[in-house]
Design a protein around this ligand. Structure first.
Ligand code: ZN
Length: 213
C-alpha cells in the first residue's frame, strides 16, 4: 500500500486547503446506499485524470464550494447529481469523477460557453442548483498567456517546461486558501436544465435500488 498523498508533490500535499471529498455511493449494482463512505483526495483525481494541472485544481476547488452548498452535512451523494461543464480534458474529468454524472447517460452536459473552473451542479432529489466559477482575482493570466504560446506552435522546449511550472504554481495557490475565497457561487432558481449533449443511449440504472428496503 502506498500513502494516499504519495503521488502529490510535497508542496501540494502539505497545502493547508487541499480539498477532500467524502462521498456516498451504492454498495453494489442494484444495491442500497452503502453505509460506508469514501474519501476522495486530490491524489485520487490525479490517478484518474493522469496529471496534475491547473484545470484539475480549479475543478476540485470549485466543486468543493458547490458541494458545501448542496450537501451541507458534508456527505456528497454521487448517485444524486447532474453537472454542466465545458469540454476541458481536465475539469471535465474531475466533474464526472466527483459527481457520478456521465455524459453517456445524459447527466453530464457539455456547454462550450463555460470557462475553466465553471460549473452548474444540480442535486437531483431536491432540485437545488448552483453556479460556480473562479473569482477574477485568481485568474491565471500567466498560465493562459503561456498556453496561447504553446497553442500558436511558436515555442521551444523550455516553453513546455515553463507552462508546467506555471500551472503547478497556480494549483498550489488554489490549495493555499479556502475554496470559498477562490470562487464565486450563486444559487440558481428556476434554472432550465439543458438537453443532454449525447444522443439518448439509455440512462444510468445502477443506482435504481438505493432506496430499497
Ligand atoms: Zn489536466
Amino acid at each position: 500500500m502506498t500513502d494516499n498523498h504519495a503521488m502529490l508533490p510535497a508542496w501540494l500535499a502539505s497545502a493547508p486547503y487541499l480539498p477532500e471529498f467524502q462521498v456516498r455511493d451504492t454498495r453494489h449494482k442494484y444495491g442500497r446506499y452503502d453505509p460506508a463512505l469514501k474519501i476522495i483526495t486530490v491524489a485520487d483525481l490525479l490517478r484518474f485524470h493522469g496529471h496534475l494541472c491547473g484545470g484539475l485544481m480549479e475543478a476540485a476547488v470549485a466543486l468543493r464550494a458547490a458541494f458545501d452548498v448542496l450537501f451541507p452535512d458534508g456527505v456528497i451523494d454521487r448517485t444524486d447529481m447532474a453537472i454542466i461543464s465545458n469540454n476541458s480534458a481536465c475539469g471535465g474529468d474531475v466533474a464526472a469523477y466527483l459527481t457520478g454524472a456521465r455524459a453517456r447517460f445524459g447527466s453530464h452536459v457539455i456547454d462550450l460557453t463555460l470557462r475553466g473552473g465553471e460549473f452548474i451542479v444540480r442535486r437531483m432529489s431536491t432540485g437545488e442548483t448552483v453556479h460556480v466559477r473562479m473569482h477574477p482575482h485568481v485568474y491565471p493570466h500567466e498560465v493562459k498567456a503561456q498556453m496561447r504560446k504553446l497553442e500558436s506552435g511558436d515555442y521551444g522546449p523550455e516553453d513546455i517546461d515553463l507552462f508546467g511550472e506555471l500551472q503547478w504554481a497556480y494549483a498550489g495557490r488554489l490549495a493555499s486558501r479556502p475554496a470559498s475565497e477562490s470562487v464565486i457561487i450563486e444559487i440558481l432558481r428556476d434554472f432550465t436544465w439543458p438537453d443532454p449533449t449525447c444522443d439518448d443511449l439509455g440512462r444510468r440504472t445502477d443506482n435504481d435500488f438505493k432506496h430499497a428496503v
